[in-house]
Design a protein around this ligand. Structure first.
Ligand SMILES: CC(C)(COP(=O)(O)OP(=O)(O)OC[C@H]1O[C@@H](n2cnc3c(N)ncnc32)[C@H](O)[C@@H]1OP(=O)(O)O)[C@@H](O)C(=O)NCCC(=O)NCCS
Length: 184
């Protein structure tokens, strides 16, 4: 199972069933879901967070196929403000979201540094790939800031419909060469 991770301003706690209710309170917002994979149901069901955590995320974590964390500010660790996850597979290795009121302060960039390091240095994967909608400027900017390369474009089914997306990539070697610059 995933360990608790820390960044300068955040604590990343492994996802648990107890997180379902607070996540249900904050996650179903168009500003959060619009660029997420269309596997996210929309409109979001009343038991959406519980069903996702209980039936998909926790079993995948137990199988060693996925690693999910809630994001909390160290100043207020009892309150979830977002989530980030890693997924074993070919194409979509990482996903994240943050409530709108805490955006543009570099918090998700911090979380990405922490989970990228976990992906490469603890899990030992050779490459991390993440697709993002071309329209999702904030997410693409995080890719740029964390040393990823654009390797292609493709159409993907998102909650907001079929959209042109970019696929970003970073290898373990590239991560190791640059992570000192990122303060990891
Ligand atoms: C993507 C997301 C997690 C970013 O979180 P965040 O904590 O605000 O990200 P950071 O502050 O670490 O970095 C965002 C960067 O994008 C920039 N940015 C934000 N909105 C932007 C916009 N509309 N146009 C251009 N740049 C933008 C910020 O200025 C920042 O760059 P900077 O540090 O160079 O100034 C958040 O917007 C979110 O939850 N979106 C909805 C879910 C989602 O789309 N997830 C990703 C799916 S691929």
């Amino acid at each position: 199972m995933a360990p608790t991770l820390e960044t300068p301003r955040l604590v990343l706690r492994p996802l648990t069933l107890e997180d379902a209710e607070p996540i249900q309170q904050i996650f179903p917002q168009w500003e959060i879901v619009k660029y997420l994979n269309a596997v996210v149901p929309w409109p979001y069901p009343r038991d959406g967070a519980l069903a996702y955590i209980r039936d998909r995320a926790l079993p995948a974590m137990a199988r060693g196929e996925e690693w999910h964390w809630t994001l909390r500010r160290k100043e207020e660790p009892g309150r979830i403000i977002g989530a980030i996850g890693l997924i074993r597979g070919e194409r979509e290795h990482r996903g994240f979201w943050l409530v709108p009121e805490w955006r543009c302060e570099g918090l998700m960039t911090e979380a990405v540094f922490a989970v990228n390091d976990y992906w490469f240095e603890v899990l030992g994967f050779p490459v991390l790939r993440a697709p993002k909608a071309v329209a999702n400027a904030a997410s693409r900017r995080i890719s740029e800031k964390t040393g990823m390369r654009l390797i292609g474009t493709e159409e993907r089914n998102l909650v907001s419909g079929r959209q042109l997306s970019e696929v970003w990539e970073i290898t373990a070697e590239e991560w190791r060469a640059r992570k000192a610059e990122f303060g990891v």
